[in-house]
Write a new protein. Structure first.
Length: 251
């Protein structure tokens, strides 16, 4: 119950969250944990051509268990990347969705108040600006030799911005421009995570390789099959540094 969305699926023994009775929000939108199933977010009556990954758009009712609920924001503008067999693949730096705009606003259909000036700014107006150069240079703790054409890190995605929605494409490795924006999914996974707080990485350790999760039988899934040791090295610090550059200078 500390790792993400508790989707109700009796056939898999999955039950509603008993800690949080509704999704965290400022109260203007209240989505109950007892309603949460796959169709809470994914609209089975739309198509992939009309909605990114079948996400419910403005006016969607939040699934069959929800009552008196409607989405106030449209589905995000993004491009899913499919393999040669037409199926979604495990994400990598070369095979990942290309996000355009609106993801954070869509999340606020249930998590109202969590975009804009919440704990961390996110959304269409949260442009990277000068931080784009930091993202493009940063490769790992102590390694700042990257270039904008190859700097994309699928573990720290971003939205390319409203102006780039018409030019989204797959298999791109280029990093953000100053007009790119931070979104909820820059730091959080959309469904659930191996880490507390639905984090894309372990927020509770100084060095990512020291995470207790990586000693578990399911360690290979923690970073989508990636090895943190191979990817960044043993002393990689928080991936917040991809944008913020606050790595400690000593171990």
């Amino acid at each position: 119950e500390r790792h993400g969305h508790n989707v109700i699926a009796a056939g898999f023994g999955l039950v509603a969250d008993t800690t949080l009775r509704s999704g965290p929000s400022d109260g203007s939108a209240t989505y109950r944990s007892a309603w949460l199933q796959c169709t809470s977010c994914h609209d089975p009556h739309t198509t992939a051509q009309k909605s990114y990954r079948l996400l419910g758009s403005t006016g969607y009712d939040g699934g069959s268990l929800a009552t008196g609920f409607r989405f106030s924001n449209p589905a995000p503008e993004a491009l899913p990347c499919l393999g040669q067999d037409g199926n979604l693949q495990a994400e990598t730096d070369l095979d990942h969705p290309d996000y355009g705009a609106g993801m954070s606003e869509w999340c606020t259909n249930c998590h109202s108040g969590f975009a804009g000036a919440h704990t961390h700014p996110a959304g269409t107006n949260s442009r990277l600006g000068a931080l784009a150069a930091q993202y493009n240079s940063y490769q790992a703790t102590g390694k700042m030799s990257g270039g904008p054409g190859t700097s994309y890190d699928f573990l720290v995605p971003f939205e390319r911005g409203r102006g780039a929605v018409g030019s989204l494409r797959c298999a791109r490795t280029d990093g953000p421009s100053a007009d790119a924006t931070v979104m909820c999914l820059s730091c959080h996974r959309p469904h659930a995570s191996a880490f507390s707080g639905i984090g894309r990485w372990d927020f509770g350790v100084h060095f990512l390789s020291f995470s207790a999760v990586l000693s578990s039988p399911d360690a290979t899934h923690a970073y989508y099959g990636e090895s943190i040791l191979r990817r960044y090295g043993p002393y990689q610090q928080s991936l917040c540094n991809k944008c913020h550059g606050k790595d400690a200078t000593t171990r």
